[in-house]
Design a protein around this ligand. Structure first.
Ligand code: G4P
Length: 534
């Protein structure tokens, strides 16, 4: 391990935002970039003609295809830390990628709308974080609007997520009466000031000790007394923040603010700098032995967590998004997958602010884009030796299943090949029931089917329809004794099938049936996640 590598690893923070649509993820992202100075510098880069053209071409494709391409990861610097913010597509393009992105993150920021608290999509994404022991910082947004009582919000975090909230700041009022927040660690009060309309520069908010005389000039006596007493109540009522408890995923430090008014954003970044973990060690198999790949290890390694297709539709190119797990990467390096495929990375992309550029080097914790022609697939491990296979690139059971059929029956074989190759990108999944020749496609979000129809037509010349099918739920099945699995499969043949990698699945008519069958066959485990080792 070199001292340079140790230093670079230590200052990296790779995280994703989890939230329900409309909680303010986009606004927060923009303001994080602004605080990190990335938007301003990105603006300067964009001014260069060539780059601008490339960029807008890409954006057009994104719009037309409904695929979010440009913002998979945004890198910027804050106070000596290199922050890699991974985008978790939400809204209609919520897909398996959204879940899988979390496997490339070392921590997450959970954004809650102060008026709404925990909403369904936050909960779904939270469950994935819990599965992977990803530590979570909470940001309660939109304090400039009418909000729920912050105590109630914290109770909701505790009861719905079984996570101990540890407020780091505490707000005074909300909506029109929002005055700011106190730092519970040192009783410093940050005064909220609404930025002028159209003011896009970073706003500085004054910070005043709550015990000083000057606080009387900005808060009323009643407000000051309320703050003192709520600070006392909160300190007494919640456990003090414990870094180890947060890192183990039991506790969440809670920050407040308004992304739109740029309030609390700097403090949140301070929280990431001080508390969020640097690149984690990754579990792997090396020459068949379970090991941990330390981020400090000199050998460069990483794994593909996302494939972006069609940045340029003229060439069927794919960009594999690789999360580097260890070492210092150099442009031109040769890397091998766990299954022996070799690639030379001549044009690795980094995503600085909102732009992409070819990079000469990158470090453990960073994400690079590796252009290739379909050689790399989601879950592939890459390393210099080719002997590392990372575990834990999971598949998640899709919520929506549809039967694919092609209008021209002569093209059925062609359809199978096309769906397989699209499923290898990891956004949709393909299941083959034991009986019949149906091709069942699964996705987490409905938009994926529209995207598939378009891509099948444009790239494979196939007119495909997706229809409702007999199945509405799917689970991977496991048992401690192989014969139990065999006898289960025998007795449920019409509901059995295989996924793309040949793993057995139970295809259910509905979620209720899964519960019913699970009760009848207690030796079988029904899982909505399958971990792959590639
Ligand atoms: P998302 O990516 O999580 O879906 O949320 P997004 O940032 O797009 O924010 C959703 C809406 O909430 C937007 O309003 C945005 O302006 C607003 N918003 C975000 N943060 C805050 C905040 O701190 N305070 C207030 N008051 N509003 C906030 P919109 O009307 O849907 O869009 P727009 O017309 O403002 O763009």
């Amino acid at each position: 391990m070199s001292a340079e590598l140790a230093r670079e690893v230590k200052r990296r923070r790779t995280f994703a935002i989890i939230s329900h649509p409309d909680a303010g993820k986009t606004t927060l992202t923009e303001n994080l970039l602004l605080m990190g100075g990335a938007i301003r510098s990105a603006g300067a880069v964009r001014a260069r003609g060539e780059q601008r053209r490339t960029r807008s071409d890409w954006m057009k494709i994104e719009r037309e295809r409904g695929i979010s391409v440009s913002a998979s990861v945004m890198t910027f610097e804050f106070d000596g830390c290199i922050i890699n913010l991974l985008d978790t597509p939400g809204h209609e393009d919520f897909s398996e990628d959204t879940y899988r992105t979390l496997t490339a993150a070392d921590s997450a920021v959970m954004v809650l709308d102060a008026a709404k608290g925990i909403e369904p999509q936050t909960l779904k994404l939270f469950e994935v974080c819990r599965l992977r022991d990803i530590p979570i910082l909470t940001f309660i947004n939109k304090m400039d609007r009418e909000a729920q009582d912050p105590l109630e919000l914290l109770d909701e975090v505790a009861s719905k997520l079984a996570l101990d909230p540890a407020p780091i700041y505490w707000p005074q009022g909300a909506g029109p009466r929002f005055r700011g927040m106190i730092d519970l660690r040192n009783d410093m009060f940050t005064l909220f000031r609404r930025p002028q309309i159209g003011d896009t520069r970073p706003v500085d908010h004054d910070t005043i000790p709550l015990s000083s005389h000057s606080i009387d000039q900005v808060l009323s006596r009643a407000e000051i007394e309320e703050l003192w007493s709520s600070a006392e109540l909160v300190r007494g009522g919640y456990p003090a923040f414990s870094l180890s408890s947060y890192l183990e995923g039991h506790m969440t430090p809670v920050f407040f603010g308004s992304a739109l008014r740029q309030f609390g954003v700097r403090e949140l970044l301070g929280g990431l700098r001080d508390y969020a973990p640097p690149p984690r060690d990754q579990e792997a198999l090396e020459k068949g032995v379970v090991s941990r790949v330390l981020a400090h290890r000199d050998e460069v390694s990483g794994f593909v967590f996302k494939i972006q297709a069609n940045m340029d539709p003229a060439h069927r190119d794919r960009i594999a998004m690789v999360r580097l797990a260890s070492g210092k990467f150099h442009r031109g390096m040769r890397l091998k997958t766990g299954s022996g495929k070799q690639i030379s990375v001549h044009a690795p992309l980094m995503f600085v602010g909102q732009d992409r550029e070819i990079t000469d080097e990158a470090w453990a914790g960073d994400v690079i884009g590796v252009p290739n022609h379909g050689v790399l697939r989601v879950g592939d491990s890459l390393s210099e030796s080719g002997t590392i296979k990372f575990s834990g690139i999971p598949n998640f059971a899709p919520d929506i299943l549809r039967r694919a059929s092609v209008k021209d029956p002569l093209k059925a074989k062609h359809l199978k090949k096309a769906l397989e190759s699209l499923a290898e990108e990891g956004v949709t999944q393909l299941f083959r029931p034991y009986y019949g020749s149906d091709l069942i496609v699964g996705a987490v979000g409905p938009l994926q089917f529209d995207v598939l129809v378009e891509r099948l037509a444009a790239e494979y010349g196939l007119a495909v329809v997706f229809e409702a099918c007999a199945f509405n739920g799917v689970r991977w099945i496991f048992a401690d004794t192989p014969s139990d699995l065999v006898s289960f499969a025998d007795r449920n043949q019409v509901s059995m099938g295989l996924d793309l990698d040949g793993a057995e699945v139970f295809l259910a008519k509905n979620v209720w049936e899964i519960g019913y069958v699970a009760e009848k066959f207690p030796k079988i485990r029904f899982s909505n996640v399958r971990e792959r080792m590639i």
